[in-house]
Design a protein around this ligand. Structure first.
Ligand code: NAD
Length: 534
């Protein structure tokens, strides 16, 4: 199919989805024209110069950048929808619900809170520091590299950007080359809304990213596969650059006998099928017993028809698979002998119908790598204990889903498994719940972000202790100087001892200690006065 024909086809699909056609033309142009104007070395040097000049540090500047990003999301909504449609055949509702609005809400929250977060924090003080200033300063790291992923190319590229801007860094954004329309839109349009010295977009794939990674950054934030995560971590280690890795893996969904199956099946299938299964926290596979599987299948067919009509391949609500390579990889997972529902696909459109596989062995390819597509295998286990054993025998997942009415079953999983996050009786939405950090553990990643965690991720917490130079302070310090003695050891122990809550006895000791210091200080003062008058 020629470029013109495929554009026409996309345009007619866009009309079906009722996206804003006025902006369509600009997406096509952006895709054809944008290229990097600077080498990796120049990009990093430019960014460092801007950071060193101190421009990013003021609260006013940070807020202006955050507001600029919000304005981009609002004013370029039509362009964004079209770019996401072009890259992933993403429906307008999914663009809104899973990409732009999530970032916009994080931005609104951050704009409201950033002044509070950026203020130096005053932690609780111990007796030894009663006369001192004790602070935690939040320093921006400096030059930050954010490498985004293609599956949610707005959410996973601009989401980390919120925290990085709020923390006052100078930023280089590398969107995924596999979502080129969105990457080009960001390069062309977003740069108009943010400060050009302190924010740059660098485009490219493996080769360009590898070159970029040779440079020294002050922080690297990567979203992508565990395999590439290892490469990023090694490159970062050369410069001892702190790194957040948001990776993938196989996220299980356990279904207990106690659930309302209609609701459970709907919530699992929604989480599995949004973005055609190309979601890092999609339930990768189901664990349940044979009776539960039978009930699940009875409901699943009806739900899939309700979601996508009789022929999901014709539905404008089902996205496409990002590349031919990923499409082929997914199709190979579909062993016709295991298909309980679906199993159809269209190679030219790269669409796969929602597919459920049964009688799957843990050693089958579909169970040995992350699926990342609309295919859901079911693994039969006897009970919750066996499900926990199955989960713990594998790498720690990014998400764990527990569908159970029974609280003791919920707690059994919570207390005996480790995962990046957990949702009970739902899928995916823990990721967009305000005030919950998002991130993996073990092979599913390290570090987290969203809201305050995003700000903290991109800030170095600098410990600051302020002492004055008065005689009183100097006197309290005298116990640490040589010559050492047993009395000094006792006083130091008293001052340094970690205490729980402030008890009456402790307050009494404090008063006696303060009175002692005051007496000693007055005595010293009187002695000096008398000496000078003689
Ligand atoms: P990927 O790791 O293949 O690629 C990510 C980016 O890294 C690419 O765009 C490319 O620019 C760069 N890259 C690839 N190979 C490289 C190399 N050898 N050297 C240097 N740079 C290289 O990931 P992907 O295919 O874009 O995304 C899918 C994976 O990401 C899945 O495993 C998914 O679970 C995971 N993911 C995780 C999250 C999360 O938030 N935890 C979100 C989305 C996706």
């Amino acid at each position: 199919m020629s470029i013109m024909e495929s554009d026409k086809e996309d345009l007619s699909r866009a009309e079906v989805l009722n996206v804003n056609n006025n902006a369509w033309e600009s997406v096509i142009n952006i895709e054809e024209e944008v290229s990097n104007k600077k080498s990796p070395k120049e990009v990093v040097e430019f960014s460092r110069k801007a950071f060193t000049a101190g421009k990013t540090k003021s609260l006013k500047f940070r807020k202006a950048q955050l507001k600029g990003l919000l304005k981009f999301l609002e004013e370029c909504k039509g362009d964004i929808e079209k770019a996401l449609y072009k890259d992933l055949r993403k429906h307008k509702q999914e663009c809104h619900m899973c990409e732009t609005e999530v970032v916009a809400n994080d931005l609104r929250h951050t704009i409201m809170e950033v002044a509070k977060w950026a203020n130096p924090q005053k932690p609780q003080k111990r007796l030894v520091n009663l006369l001192d200033g004790v602070y935690r300063y939040n320093d921006p790291y400096g030059v930050v590299l954010i490498i985004g992923a293609w599956n949610y190319p707005i959410l996973l590229t601009l989401g980390p950007l919120v925290g990085a801007l709020a923390a006052g860094n100078s930023i280089i954004l590398k969107p995924s080359e596999l979502a080129p329309a969105t990457a080009n839109l960001l390069a062309k349009a977003l740069t108009k809304y943010l400060d050009k010295d302190c924010f740059q977009v660098f485009l490219g794939g493996v080769e360009e990213t590898s070159e970029l990674l040779k440079e020294k950054f002050d922080y690297i934030f990567f979203t992508g596969s565990t395999t590439v995560g290892r490469i990023i971590y090694q490159a970062a280690a050369k410069h001892l650059t702190p790194t957040t890795l948001e990776l993938g893996g196989k996220s299980p969904a356990y279904i207990d006998e106690s659930v309302d199956m209609k609701k459970a099946a709907k919530r699992i299938l929604w989480g599995k099928l949004i973005n055609s299964g190309q979601t890092c926290v999609a339930p990768d596979y189901v664990l349940c017993n044979k009776e539960v599987q039978d009930k699940f299948l009875q409901h699943a067919q009806k739900i899939i028809t309700e979601f996508y009509g009789r022929d999901p391949m014709e539905s404008p609500h089902l996205g496409k698979i990002i590349t031919e390579r990923h499409f082929k990889r997914l199709v190979e997972f579909i062993n016709p002998e295991n298909v309980a529902i679906g199993g159809k696909y269209n190679s030219s459109a790269r669409i796969i119908s929602p597919t459920i596989l049964i009688n799957v062995s843990p050693d089958d390819p579909v169970m040995t790598e992350e699926i990342f597509g609309p295919i859901l295998p079911i693994i039969i286990i006897k009970n919750a204990e066996e499900a926990i054993h199955f989960i713990n025998a594998r790498e720690k997942p990014l998400a764990l889903y527990i569908f159970a009415k029974d609280k003791s079953i919920q707690n059994l999983f919570l207390n005996n498994t480790s995962s990046g996050g957990v949702a009970i009786n739902d899928t995916v939405t823990h990721l967009i719940t305000e005030n919950l950090p998002f991130g993996g553990v073990g092979e599913s990643g390290m570090g987290s972000y969203h809201g305050k965690e995003g700000f903290e991720t991109f800030s170095h917490q600098k410990s600051v202790l302020v002492k004055d130079l008065t005689d009183l302070t100097e006197m309290t310090l005298s116990v640490r100087y040589p010559p050492y003695s047993d009395i000094k050891i006792s006083v130091l122990n008293f001052l340094l001892k970690k205490r729980g809550g402030v008890s009456f006895g402790f307050l009494k000791n404090c008063l006696i200690f303060s009175a002692g210091i005051a007496c000693a200080y007055s005595l010293q003062y009187i002695v000096k006065k008398m000496e000078s008058s003689n």
